[in-house]
Design a protein around this ligand. Structure first.
Ligand code: PHB
Length: 393
């Protein structure tokens, strides 16, 4: 005889099975990460570095989080903002990605920010470095750096090291404006004088005319910011125009003495003092492990872009673990406040600004016999726990 109790038991059993099936189905669907990078064009080295770092992170940490597989969808935007925006839209609407990440140059991040806000999709900036980017959407988290953050240190160093008159030279767009502004104000605060402010176009710059102006102005130092990928061409012209023998000291942000190109720059780079947040020669066990594994997998040296990508994956993985795979606001919240040991040193994702807080190093380019006699940025001073000065208004 079938009693009421039997019916109830059957109903509960059926419900439990249904729940289990639903839970099981939810558990196995892959979590998708849209990775938008310049794999072609002038910024292709940034794409190559970050793509390699993302692959290394996954090789070391597996492709499963919270029992679900992670699928990275890599798209090339050629560093063209309209393309970035279109690709991001497709990734969000069609592929239903939980995160969009990458962003090789500032204009591509700014073009995509409104989409992150509208769709409540966390956007992880792994490369671009204009201070204001994180203010363009409350869904933006940054694991790279900001130009004000790395510029203050070299301006202080210059003023303390007998440099009284300087000329600035920057790429003519967002991060260049930040570098110019923060070098100018910090250097003058320390009693320095700026003789001229020069800019070169982001696309296909010719450094000859500005270098002639530097020769004519005869400053004690030339401060330079150029985006990753332009350093080697600049150094070549610097030497060809005789600037290296002119008595004008070259100082820079580490974007110019980029580990991706540094070893091929030759002796002209020797002695260039610069400030930045990452050197492949950073003396920590975490970094040595990272560099060795990266080089074994890729046959080239990781630069600061690679570290931005590697740490970006760390932030995404740990946040997904915390939300058990959920996206949107929960995922964003879990990205904020993460503290960890990066290959660059200790870092924090500031919960308020969503920007990275990190140590900034003063370095000098040297040949390092213990590292195959290669050219490296050798750290000799550190400014601990630097917040983006652009946010300290
Ligand atoms: C940027 O466009 O924000 C950018 C690109 C390359 C750099 C620094 C900043 O090295």
């Amino acid at each position: 005889m079938i009693t009421k109790r039997h019916v109830l038991q059957l109903a509960i059993a059926a419900l439990t099975t249904a729940c289990a099936v639903t839970a099981f189905a939810a558990d196995t669907s892959p979590i998708k990460i849209g990775l938008i990078l310049p794999m072609t064009g002038q910024s292709a080295s940034t794409g190559r570095q970050i793509d390699a770092a993302v692959k290394l992170w996954m090789a070391q940490n597996g492709n499963k989080v919270a029992g679900r597989s992670i699928e990275v969808i890599l798209k090339d935007d050629g560093a063209v903002p309209d393309a970035t925006k279109r690709i991001a839209q497709e990734l969000i609407v069609n592929d239903k990605v939980s995160v969009i990440a990458g962003f090789g140059i500032t204009p591509t991040a700014l073009a995509t920010a409104p989409l992150a806000t509208q769709s409540k999709t966390p956007l992880v900036v792994m490369a671009a470095a204009t201070s204001s980017i994180t203010e363009a959407s409350p869904y933006i988290i940054r694991t790279s750096f900001t130009l004000p953050q790395v510029t203050i240190g070299i301006a202080d160093w210059a003023a303390k090291n007998k440099i009284k008159k300087a000329v600035t030279l920057v790429a003519d767009y967002g991060p260049g404006f930040d570098a110019e502004k923060y070098f100018d104000s910090q250097f003058r605060l320390n009693g320095g004088q700026i003789l001229d402010k020069l800019r070169t176009p982001l696309r296909s710059p010719d450094f000859a005319p500005v270098l002639q102006k530097v020769l004519d102005a005869k400053p004690d130092a030339l401060f330079v910011f150029l985006p990753s990928g332009q350093g080697a061409a600049f150094m070549k012209q610097f030497a060809e125009r005789g600037l290296d023998k002119s008595g004008v000291k070259l100082i820079a942000t580490g974007d110019v003495t980029d580990d991706d190109q540094l070893n091929d720059m030759g002796d002209v780079a020797l002695g260039v003092v610069n400030s930045h947040h990452y050197s492949a020669a950073h003396p920590s066990a975490t970094n040595k492990k990272f560099v060795d594994a990266f080089q074994a997998a890729n046959k080239f040296r990781p630069n600061f872009m690679a570290v931005g990508g590697y740490d970006g994956m760390r932030v995404i993985y740990k946040a997904l673990e915390a939300t058990k795979g959920a996206g949107g606001d929960a995922l964003l919240a879990a990205m904020k406040g993460q503290i960890f040991e990066s290959p660059r040193g200790p870092v924090l994702i500031d919960g308020q600004t969503r920007d990275i807080v990190q140590d900034v190093y003063i370095r000098k380019v040297e040949r390092v016999p213990a590292m195959g006699n290669g050219l490296y940025n050798v750290e000799f001073d550190v400014i601990k726990g630097v917040k983006d000065p652009g946010k300290l208004k």
